[in-house]
Write a protein that binds this ligand. Sequence first.
Ligand SMILES: [Zn+2]
Length: 338
Amino acid sequence: MPFTDIIGQEEPKRQIRTALAHETIGHAYLFWGDDGIGKRLTAMRFAQALSCDAVPSSAQPDSCGDCRACELIASAAHPDFLIIEPEREKAHPQIKIDQVREIERHMIYRPLLSMRKICVIDDVDRLTVSAANALLKTLEDPPEHSLFILVTSQPYRLPATVRSRCLALRFSPTTSAQCEGLLALRRAMPPEDARFLSQVCGNRIGVALEMDLTRLRHQHDQFLQCCQSDTLAHPTAILQRAEAVSKTQPFPDVLDWLAHGLRDLLLIRLGASPTLILHQAHHALLQQCVQDSDLADLFSLLESLHTLEQAPHRNLNLQLCLENFLFHVHRTIHRHAA
Ligand SMILES: [Zn+2]
């Protein structure tokens, strides 16, 4: 499977292909951008291109995806390839110093089969302080034959000293058309579902491919009940909905839905194209809610949402915080609603 199976990411792919074609590959790369958009997949393809047994064309360096070397890398069993990641099942996954020592032991020997000894570190922002310091020493004086690919969605959490040792390649979400097209192809979805899923996932293909659509639709219906004008008109209804939602949905999901709703309100108030709106079916009602509202009031809802996001870190009662937020929405938009 060559680079062409990575949707979008034209600029990082171009830079990698140029480096492969001109044999100007650096010792360390930092692949950064949102989760679920193809950074790790691109790192695997990069490693395969450096190890593939089928001779790649120099004009279009790539990997075949089928040879023994490509398969060994795909299953992380290639002797010149190492992938390191945090222990994801833990509450606070970390990459520890022992794992960096493993990297050092792996990288010091010359490659057996490949052109390079390759190490991919996924979620590299999870390095502990001591692990980051140890990795920095290796990056400052990398073995001649080594290639490090650091992958992260939160590059600012990495020490600047580590970042500065890497060539940074930025990854971006795909376009909505690319994401919807792939969903229709891989998950055989009707266009309406593909559009909904793409929008909710912010066009992050990796996330959209894995997402449970039935669960998402159910959550969304609950959220819509919470934000209907007749709920927001009555304080007792707000309290009931806030209780129902906070008991049945994980708090981060509730925040996501509120953010989607608020985003729609702002877009409509600013006169954006209806195609950008998630709740297109409710466009008329949302329009009614915000048409006379003050932009400053809507932005103050954003601040309020930010406060709500902080609630779990401050040990606050989530249901109470959600009620407060919904009352703020009620005060801001209900007087304009039907
Ligand atoms: Zn191959």
